[in-house]
Design a protein. Structure first.
Length: 499
C-alpha cells in the first residue's frame, strides 16, 4: 500500500484524472451523440466499445504508463530507489497504480452506458452478461497495453520512442480490426475479446449484430500476452545495473567539435531516432490502407480518391497531430530538466527560444507531409497502377495540411512549454483530434487547428470542399496567438517554478 501511495504522490499535478474524464467524454460522444435509434441499441453500443477503445484506451494507458516510469529516468533514481526498496516491489506498485486507474475508467464507463441506455429508452433488459464480459475484456486488454508501455518506457529513457511505438501499435491494431478480430498484436486484444459480433450481408448491405461466444484460443492468447509481458517486465525491472535498463544507455558518442553549424534545436535532436516514427507511422498507415483498398473492391472503387481515403483516414483523423505533439514535447524536454530554465534564459531571449522550437517542429512536420504524399503517389502509380490522374485538389490539400500542422505545432509547443509532463500535451493533442473530428462533421472546421487539419487534409474525401482563405486565416491566427502566449508566458513566469 505504501508503494501505491508513493506512485499517487508522484503523479500529483499530472492531471491523470482529467485524462480519465476526457476519455469518458470521448466515449460518450462516440457511443451516444447523434446515433439514430434501432432495434439493437444495447448490442450496437457494446459492439462499438472495443472499436473506439482500441484507440482511446490504448492511448490513455500509454500516457499513464509514460508518466509512471518517466520519473525514474531522471537523475540517479534507478540507483537510489533500490537502496530503499527492492525493484520488484517498485514494478508491482506501478502495475497496481495503472490497474486502479484502469478499473476506475471501466467502472465509470459501464455506469455511463447503463444510465444512458435507461435514459434513451433502449429496448429490452440491461444486458448484464455483456456488460460483465466487456468490463473484463477492457481490464485484461488495458493491463496488457499498460504493461507493454511500462516496458517500453523502461527500455527507452526518451519517452518519445516509447510513445511513438505505442502510437504505431495502436494504429496497427485499429487497422487490423477491419481485417480480422484476432489478437495479432497486444493492441488488438480488446477486439478479439469483444462479446458482440457483426454479420454483414454484402448483397443487401445490411448489418446484423449478435452475441458471440468468446473462444478458448482467444482467451489463451490474451492470457499469454498478459502473463508473458508481466514476466518480461518483472525480469527487466529487477536488473541490478542502471546501464542495463535502457536501450542505448551509457553509450554516448563524443562530438568532434565544440561548435556546430546546425541550429541549437537541431543539435539537440542530433542522433535522436526522431525520424523513425515520422517514417514508419505513415508507412504503416499506407500499407494497411492499401491492403484494405485491394481487399474491398466490391465496396470501394479503383480510384485515386478511394486509395487516399484508405491510406490517410486514421492517420489524418487521429495520429498525425499526436505525432507532432510527441516532437514538441521532445523539443521542450531538455528545458524542463534540472535547472536548465535558469541556464537557457541567460543566453537567449524568450522570443528566439519559442521561434526556434516552432520552426524546427514545422520543418520536420512539413517533411512528414511530403513523405505521406510520396507514399501515396508511389502506391498509386507504381504498385497499383491506378487509372486516371491524381485528384486536382491533392497538392493544394498537401499544402493546406502543412499549414495546419504549423498551427498545431505552435499550439503544441505552447502546451509542452507549460506542462512539465512529457505525456500530457500528447494526450491533449489526441483529445483535440477526436474533438476536431466532431467539429468538422458539424461544419465548424475552423474552430481548432486539429479540426482544420482533418478538413484541410481531406482524409474522408479528397475531392470535397476546400475553403483555402478561411483555412489560411484561421491557421495564421492560431500561430500568432500561440506564439504570443508562449513568449508572454516565458517573460512573466518565474523560472524558479520550473526547477
Amino acid at each position: 500500500m505504501k508503494l501505491i501511495a508513493v506512485e499517487f504522490q508522484k503523479s500529483r499535478h499530472k492531471h491523470t484524472l482529467l485524462l480519465l474524464a476526457a476519455a469518458l467524454v470521448l466515449n460518450y460522444f462516440y457511443l451516444f451523440h447523434g446515433n439514430s435509434p434501432d432495434q439493437q441499441e444495447w448490442y450496437n453500443v457494446f459492439y462499438f466499445i472495443p472499436l473506439i477503445n482500441t484507440l482511446i484506451l490504448s492511448i490513455l494507458m500509454a500516457v499513464i504508463a509514460s508518466q509512471a516510469v518517466d520519473m525514474e529516468h531522471k537523475g540517479a533514481m534507478w540507483n537510489l530507489l533500490p537502496t530503499l526498496v527492492n525493484r520488484s516491489s517498485i514494478y508491482l506498485g506501478k502495475l497496481l497504480y495503472g490497474f486502479i486507474h484502469l478499473t476506475l475508467f471501466c467502472l465509470l464507463q459501464m455506469g455511463m452506458v447503463i444510465l444512458m441506455g435507461i435514459r434513451l429508452g433502449y429496448e429490452g433488459p440491461i444486458p448484464l452478461s455483456v456488460i460483465g464480459s466487456t468490463f473484463l475484456a477492457e481490464l485484461v486488454s488495458g493491463m496488457i497495453v499498460y504493461q507493454v508501455q511500462c516496458l517500453l518506457s523502461l527500455l527507452f529513457p526518451s519517452q518519445f520512442a516509447a510513445l511513438s511505438i505505442g502510437f504505431g501499435g495502436t494504429l496497427a491494431g485499429l487497422f487490423l480490426a477491419y481485417v480480422s478480430t484476432k489478437a495479432w498484436t497486444p493492441w488488438s486484444v480488446l477486439l478479439s475479446l469483444g462479446p458482440i459480433g457483426m454479420d454483414y450481408q454484402r448483397a443487401s448491405r445490411t448489418v446484423t449484430l449478435f452475441l458471440r461466444q468468446i473462444t478458448i484460443p482467444e482467451i489463451l492468447t490474451a492470457l499469454f500476452y498478459l502473463v508473458g509481458v508481466f514476466l518480461l517486465g518483472l525480469y527487466l525491472f529487477t536488473k541490478t545495473e542502471q546501464a542495463e535498463l535502457g536501450i542505448g544507455a551509457g553509450r554516448h558518442r563524443a562530438s568532434q567539435s565544440v561548435h556546430s553549424g546546425l541550429p541549437a534545436e537541431l543539435i539537440k535532436l542530433k542522433r535522436n531516432p526522431i525520424w523513425i516514427p515520422f517514417l514508419l507511422i505513415p508507412l504503416i498507415s499506407a500499407v494497411i490502407g492499401t491492403f484494405n483498398f485491394t481487399q474491398n473492391q466490391d465496396v470501394l472503387q479503383n480510384t485515386w480518391e478511394d486509395l487516399w481515403t484508405q491510406q490517410s483516414l486514421f492517420l489524418g483523423l487521429f495520429f498525425l497531430a499526436p505525432l507532432v505533439a510527441i516532437l514538441c514535447s521532445l523539443l521542450w524536454r531538455m528545458e524542463h530538466q534540472g535547472s536548465n530554465w535558469n541556464l537557457i534564459l541567460t543566453v537567449t531571449t524568450p522570443a528566439k527560444l519559442v521561434r526556434d522550437k516552432w520552426l524546427t517542429a514545422v520543418l520536420l512536420s512539413s517533411i512528414s507531409v511530403l513523405w505521406i504524399a510520396i507514399i501515396y503517389l508511389f502506391t498509386g502509380k507504381i504498385i497499383l497502377r491506378l487509372p486516371g490522374e491524381v485528384p486536382e485538389l491533392f497538392w493544394p490539400r498537401m499544402i493546406c495540411a502543412a499549414v495546419c500542422l504549423a498551427a498545431i505545432t505552435a499550439v503544441q509547443s505552447m502546451l509542452s512549454m507549460i506542462f512539465r509532463s512529457f505525456a500530457v500535451p500528447i494526450a491533449l493533442a489526441f483529445v483535440g483530434s477526436i474533438a476536431g473530428l466532431w467539429l468538422t462533421v458539424k461544419g465548424a472546421y475552423y474552430a481548432t487547428p486539429y479540426s482544420m487539419l482533418i478538413y484541410g487534409m481531406g482524409s474522408s474525401s479528397i475531392t470535397g470542399e476546400l475553403n483555402v482563405p478561411v483555412l489560411l486565416a484561421s491557421s495564421g491566427c492560431y500561430i500568432l496567438g500561440a506564439l504570443a502566449v508562449s513568449i508572454l508566458f516565458l517573460k512573466k513566469t518565474d523560472v524558479r517554478t520550473h526547477v
